[in-house]
Design a protein around this ligand. Structure first.
Ligand SMILES: [Zn+2]
Ligand SMILES: [Zn+2]
Ligand SMILES: [Zn+2]
Length: 335
């Protein structure tokens, strides 16, 4: 698949269904007159899942949503040796060629001198530090090209389908909380509410973590988080936090649907849109932390593989994934 963004008609899911067709099924499903069980079976199959994203919902639709707790699991601490030379020698307290700095895309540590050894246009240490502070220090060509692909997708509104019932376009949007754009100001507060509603007790003292992730908080090291959204006019219907550090792996940190929009197929449409965009960016693997009781559905209905405890452990050792306590890690190959 090419790297350019393609019309949804031409983006196919692994099951051979175009996103456009999937969206049309959603439309049929949402339109009571056009409702036809046979034509929406592939969407309605996911009712149990879409009811809650990663979460769950009581069997009575009128009942309250049971919030699921998300407590961040501490990262496996990597030894901070330079990705290029393999040595950890560095200077502390002043900035010079021996200083180790982290790439703002792949997050790998690298000596300033090792970076300069590999590029034609050398930079003085202070310039590199400045780039790092602005989140623009990219250690190599692959990181530059991945960042360019991600930024190309930012802030664009891609219409997926027009829903007659609500007389509105359903659009795909990718936003970065680090931007101060109008879209970010309009949609991010809604995204935070959707996630808090799905994953947090209102009394939870750690509930700030959601807004920190959505906003790409610098101090908590949540820079590089993107929000993937389905919107209808000015409303967010479904949202996900997505992190793409390297081509080899992308993380679906959180995904949820606005409570009054659940059971309508938005979850599966957002997930398929995310997968299609990741494929277009040449990303080969998608991982997601999910609740143990939901893992089977992710495996049986959505084509994900459940990692064993040992596999999860070794995955977290080789990749600094955002992981929550007591959750299961699932993955899906996009290649
Ligand atoms: Zn080095
Ligand atoms: Zn890098
Ligand atoms: Zn790199």
């Amino acid at each position: 698949m090419g790297r350019r963004r393609q019309p949804y008609h031409n983006i196919y899911t692994l099951e051979g269904l175009s996103l456009h067709k999937l969206a049309l099924q959603l439309q049929d499903h949402l339109n009571p007159n056009g409702f036809d069980n046979a034509s929406v079976s592939s969407v309605s199959d996911y009712h149990n899942l879409t009811s809650s994203g990663c979460g769950r919902e009581p069997s009575t639709t009128s009942g309250p949503i049971v919030p699921l707790k998300r407590t961040l699991q501490e990262r496996v601490v990597e030894t901070e040796s330079c990705y290029f030379c393999g040595y950890g020698h560095t200077t502390i307290g002043n900035i010079n060629p021996d200083t180790i700095i982290f790439c703002n895309q792949c997050e790998r540590p690298c000596h300033i001198k090792c970076y300069n050894n590999r590029v034609v246009k050398k930079k003085v240490p202070l310039e590199i530090l400045k780039e790092y502070m602005c989140f623009h220090f990219l250690c190599c060509q692959e990181c530059q090209s991945l960042r360019a692909r991600l930024e190309e997708g930012l802030e664009k509104c891609v219409g997926i389908t027009f829903l007659r019932r609500i007389r509105s376009n359903i659009c795909w949007r990718l936003l970065s909380g680090m931007d101060a754009s109008r879209d970010v100001k309009l949609y991010m507060p809604q995204v935070i509410d959707i996630f808090k509603d799905a994953f947090m007790d209102s009394t939870d003292e750690h509930s700030d973590i959601i807004s920190d992730m959505v906003n790409g908080d610098q101090e908590k090291d949540f820079r590089g988080m993107y929000c993937a959204l389905l919107t209808a006019s000015t409303h967010v219907v479904s949202a996900a936090i997505l992190k793409v550090r390297i081509e080899q792996i992308a993380e679906l940190v959180l995904i949820a649907t606005r409570s009054e929009c659940r059971k309508k197929g938005y979850f599966i449409l957002l997930l398929k849109s995310i997968e299609a965009n990741l494929r277009a960016w040449n990303v080969s693997l998608l991982t997601a932390p999910v609740d143990p009781e939901m893992a089977q559905i992710w495996s049986e209905k959505l084509g994900f593989t459940i990692l064993s405890a040992e596999e999860k452990e070794s995955m977290l050792e080789s990749h600094p994934l955002v992981m929550f306590k007591n959750l299961v890690l699932v993955q899906k190959s996009l290649a």
